[in-house]
Design a protein around this ligand. Structure first.
Ligand SMILES: *[C@@H]1O[C@H](CO)[C@@H](O)[C@H](O)[C@H]1NC(C)=O
Ligand SMILES: *[C@@H]1O[C@H](CO)[C@@H](O)[C@H](O)[C@H]1NC(C)=O
Length: 334
């Protein structure tokens, strides 16, 4: 019933909007029918919920007291240099259920772990990542800018393969965060799942870009996936300040934000057949969790960084959360 209600709402909204826009009943009927056919033909079904549950609630790790999964953001960037093997080991030691890792590529096309498009913020090198071959990345110190750089000095940027093997060894769930390169990322991950089938039961591919997730499911429909979303992300930065100083631009992108938000909640998740929705923590409420639960989609909150907040998400909302630190309160990294 609910699914039907969902569809009726979706197509009614589209119908009314197109009718207001075109004032042509013929066009409106045609466009709405096309959208319906498009969705029916091109959407991916969700993976079986038993497997999604295995990934999202594996009953591993001690930090979430067995109720929720606690996921170390970039491997736990506050506790150790982000996206490194040491971070993965620290997260495991500190009881994390899983780690969130950022997939990027070296200049010679090898999948590696890095969040930014340049190496400047985290290493002692400088310049765009796309200009570093794997052998050159191997010379950089991935701990160079970390607050605990003395303890972790000389830590290397790992390849995706090295990081995944470490996670499998430590039985950590992996949340792959893919920023772009839909084709390359889907191909690299498909290869990885083929080599390590245990990943089907222990990892989830996440992205802000619906295209990445859609592409992933096209290459391998068995992979568990999630969309990542921050409402108002087009018009505002992570800390809430407007991206654009021009009022006209700001309002235009705010309008685009509304369209994007609506599409995420009504179309994109269904088209991609995602099993989870990773959303900026401030937008999670009991009603919000309920909205997604009715669609068999799990909410994961990010980034939850204080003890008080962790208790709220864990005990009250009972949703999985992503955190920068397993051991102490800290400021969020955007
Ligand atoms: C970065 O640090 C490593 C390890 O200490 C060192 O071998 C390398 O020469 C440094 N690279 C640069 C560009 O400073
Ligand atoms: C994944 O989990 C299912 C159910 O527990 C199990 O039957 C299957 O063998 C597992 N697959 C791998 C590759 O571990």
């Amino acid at each position: 019933m609910l699914q039907l209600g969902d569809e009726v709402t979706l197509y009614s909204v589209v119908f009314v909007l197109v009718l207001l826009g075109t004032r042509s009943p013929l066009w409106t009927t045609g466009l709405t029918a096309s959208l319906y056919l498009f969705m029916a033909m091109f959407r991916f079904p969700q993976v079986p919920s038993s497997r999604a549950q295995q990934v999202l609630h594996p009953a591993k790790g001690t930090a979430g007291s067995g109720k929720v999964s606690v996921v170390a953001h970039r491997g736990g960037g506050h506790d150790a240099p982000e996206n490194t093997l040491r971070a993965i080991r620290e997260a495991s030691k500190n009881g994390a259920t899983g780690v969130e890792l950022d997939l990027e590529f070296s200049a010679d096309g090898i999948p590696i772990l890095m969040h930014d498009e340049t190496v400047d913020r985290t290493t002692n090198g400088s310049g765009p990542l796309s200009q570093f071959r794997l052998s050159e990345l191997g010379k950089l110190d991935a701990a160079a800018k970390h607050r605990l750089r003395d303890k972790f000095a000389g830590e290397k940027i790992p390849t995706l393969e090295e990081a995944v093997e470490e996670c499998i060894r430590l039985q950590l769930i992996i949340y792959f965060d893919v920023k772009g390169h839909p084709d390359e990322a889907a191909a690299a991950l498909k290869e990885l799942y083929k080599k390590h089938p245990v990943l089907y039961n222990s990892s989830i591919v996440c992205s802000f870009e619906p295209k990445v997730i859609y592409r992933m499911r096209q290459s391998d429909p068995e992979v568990v996936t999630a969309l990542t979303h921050r409402p108002w992300s087009l018009s505002r930065l992570g800390d809430g300040t407007p991206r654009f100083s021009s009022l006209w631009q700001h309002h235009w992108f705010a309008l685009m934000d509304m369209v994007l938000d609506w599409a995420h909640h009504h179309i994109l998740w269904k088209l991609c057949g995602t099993s989870a929705f990773l959303i900026q923590k401030n937008f999670v409420s009991p009603d919000y969790v309920q909205y997604w639960a009715q669609r068999r989609v799990e909410v994961v909150a990010w980034t939850v960084n204080t003890k008080v907040e962790k208790e709220y998400y864990q005990e009250l909302l009972q949703v999985n959360y992503i955190t920068d630190s397993l051991v102490e309160d800290c400021e969020p990294h955007y």
